[in-house]
Design a protein around this ligand. Structure first.
Ligand code: HEC
Length: 173
């Protein structure tokens, strides 16, 4: 074998390993979830015992899987006291709120993999718009400013851009 053939054979073997790696769930190129919410499943689920569906605010439209969707909300320890407290709702920097959304009741009950959106109250290092929140559109998404998210959440400006707080939940079944 010439040196060239050895090299080609080696390259083919490496490519095969890479392809096999990509096909498995241990894809080394998959983006990791942001550490600010990677472990959100261990947080306080403020919608526990609630059936989060319909359109209680009349604003949901096509986002968060719409009025037919089912939704759950988790908060980290930094924001827990504020979200479970009472008005005026003002969230400390570093608050993270994660919303899980399912397209149907069956998927929600079965605990199927949800869509995830995330609101993060900015801390010193974050670049922000006037809302002081940054937003992510998926579990492995990147948090950043969003006129789209902030625009609609401005309807909840009196409660610091968060809809799902204790008073809101008290009105839900
Ligand atoms: C068209 C309006 C609208 C847009 C756009 C929107 N949301 Fe929401 N969002 C809502 C409403 C209404 C609720 C809460 C009540 C509900 O589920 O009906 C909510 C709830 C949430 C919650 C749970 C905490 C809370 O504020 O109640 C998170 C997290 C969230 N949204 C993130 C996002 C992110 C991230 C985006 C942008 C990708 C976004 N939202 C875009 C309307 C919107």
């Amino acid at each position: 074998m010439t040196n060239n053939k050895v090299r080609t054979g080696f390259a083919v073997a490496i490519a095969a390993v890479l392809v096999a790696g990509c096909a498995s769930s241990l894809n080394p190129f998959a983006r990791e979830a942001d550490e600010r919410w990677a472990d959100y499943k261990t947080w306080t689920k403020i919608t526990e015992g609630k059936t989060g569906t319909g359109d209680p605010t009349g604003l949901i439209k096509t986002v968060h899987m719409g009025p037919e969707g089912y939704r759950d909300v988790y908060v980290n320890d930094i924001g827990k006291a504020a979200i479970e407290g009472s008005a005026p709702y003002v969230f400390p920097a570093g608050t993270v709120v994660v919303k899980e959304q399912f397209s149907s009741k069956a998927n929600w009950e079965a605990g199927k993999k949800p869509g995830v959106t995330v609101s993060i109250k900015a801390t010193g290092g974050d670049v922000v718009n006037r809302d002081d929140w940054i937003w992510a559109t998926s579990y492995t998404g990147k948090a950043g400013t969003s006129a789209f998210c902030a625009g609609c959440h401005t309807a909840a400006i009196a409660s610091d851009f968060v809809f799902t707080h204790a008073d809101f939940l008290a009105t839900q079944e």
